[in-house]
Ligand binder design. Structure first.
Ligand code: GTP
Ligand code: K
Ligand code: MG
Length: 415
């Protein structure tokens, strides 16, 4: 019996020799789905018999996690040391780093955990080297810095991207706009809201058979590819797709001509640096900040200055896309939500500062928030479900006219 790796190789070979035309696309779609199933099996540690390797289980710390991924000796450890001050051994031989080394960058009041990892080589996803552990750590990150050697050719970038794609990591890409809803009966219902150039009823039918999904409503909202469709089907599987920001970091530009550096720097999501010459490290930090798009919310107590040293930091990458007042209050303390009446918000998310906001209000970076709690009587009224007159948007709680008249709360924010 051939092993999983042989089966994968055989499928990849079959796909490579199959001519790509209208008649074969459905067949190719099924092959892709099968390939995906094998990779899933390989990555599932219990089935693949994989063991946890010590030195990789690093505790999450700070507001975001950024992983350094790259081939051996591109300068990952040198970069970690330069940005965080944590000594990670750097040397001119490959595989100097064998475990995961964490460091912390303090960036605009937020703490960013940076992870230095062993170099990965082609075939990492299939378990070569420490590839599988490195990639599992990468999956846990909010962002990837793909560190590349600017003096080498660009095949490294494509190979690494493929390695990451093989384990379900999608770089700088949004989740495909496809909805798939299982039904009890009725077979496949297939609809598209835009013209499709690749996907068709037959093709999706074939792929769904591989997944043993027979009764389902599929609606396609963009001109998606076969891979996009499979990505959505894999969502409920063992390796759901993760959509992550990636910055391509070309290191060692001290070895290149200015013209070559300029060409590299013009690519999207790219930063060029030299750790050795300390070139553009600030530019890289700015870019990390920009791409993480963290939202800092400063809290203040009534009549007091806001606490500018310790903001609540919310991470859009971690799923809570809607950075609402409710999320922010929940981060302070879950029990506060019970007592929550409304929030006074100063900043760019409101028309006039301060504004009385309900739980669903979406906050923006550098907003200031002051929580107004329910009084005993209001809590009692809330639990009895009595509603009278004007309510605070999103809460269903009556606006207290006395509080609204409170001059102190309306006073501009002290700066
Ligand atoms: N010219 C030049 N060399 C650099 C630069 N940054 C790092 N190096 C050198 O590149 C070599 C490898 O650096 P490391 O930091 O060990 O690279 P790594 O990616 O961590 O390597 P592994 O842990 O083995 O995967 C060392 O000899 C560094 O001194 C740079 O900006 N320019
Ligand atoms: K090295
Ligand atoms: Mg290293």
């Amino acid at each position: 019996m051939p092993g999983i790796l042989e089966k994968i190789a055989a499928l990849e070979h079959e796909m490579a020799i199959t001519q790509k035309n209208k008649a074969t696309t459905t067949h190719l779609g099924s092959l892709k789905a099968k390939l995906c199933a094998l990779r899933r099996e390989l990555l599932n540690p219990e089935k693949a018999g994989g063991k946890k390797v010590p030195g990789f289980e690093v505790q999450r710390y700070g507001n975001s996690r950024v992983a350094l991924i790259g081939f051996p000796s591109v300068g990952k450890s040198s970069l970690l040391t330069a940005l965080t001050g944590v000594e990670s051994e750097a040397a001119d031989y490959e595989f100097t780093t064998l475990t995961c080394i964490p460091g912390v960058v303090h960036l605009n009041d937020a703490k960013i955990q940076l992870l230095d990892l062993p170099g990965i080589i082609s075939g990492a996803a299939q378990g070569k080297g420490r590839g599988r552990q490195v990639i599992a750590t990468a999956r846990s990150a909010d962002m990837i810095l793909m560190v590349l050697d600017a003096t080498k050719d660009d095949a490294q970038r494509q190979m690494l991207t493929k390695e990451l794609e093989d384990v379900g990591i999608r770089l700088n890409k949004q989740r495909p706009k496809i909805s798939v809803n299982r039904t009890k009966t009725g077979g496949l219902k297939f609809n598209a809201t835009v013209p499709l150039s690749i996907l068709s009823y037959e093709m999706c039918h074939g792929i769904l058979q591989t997944y043993k999904i027979f009764n389902v409503d599929v609606v396609i909202h963009e001109d998606a590819s076969i891979d996009d469709f499979i990505d959505v089907l894999e969502e409920s599987g063992t390796t759901p797709r993760v959509y992550m920001k990636c910055i391509y970091v070309y290191n060692k530009i001290d070895m290149l001509s200015i013209k070559m550096v300029d060409t590299l720097a013009r690519q999207p999501f790219t930063q060029v640096i030299s750790v050795r010459q300390k070139m553009n490290l600030d530019g890289l930090l700015d870019r990390i900040w920009q791409e993480l798009a963290l939202v800092r919310v400063y809290t203040k107590k009534k009549g007091m200055f806001p606490d500018f040293s310790d903001p609540l930091v919310m991470t859009p990458q971690r799923g809570n896309k809607f950075l609402t007042v409710e999320n922010a209050v929940g981060m302070l303390h879950k029990s506060l939500l019970e007592e929550f009446k409304s929030a006074l918000v100063w900043g760019t998310s409101v028309r006039s500062s301060p504004q009385i906001c309900g739980k669903t209000h979406e906050l923006q970076d550098e907003d200031v928030m002051q929580i107004q709690k329910l009084t005993q009587a209001e809590r009692a009224r809330k639990s009895h479900g009595k509603k009278t007159g004007q309510t605070v948007a999103g809460t269903g709680i009556p606006v207290d006219p006395k509080a609204a008249r409170d001059k102190k709360d309306k006073a501009p924010l002290k700066t």
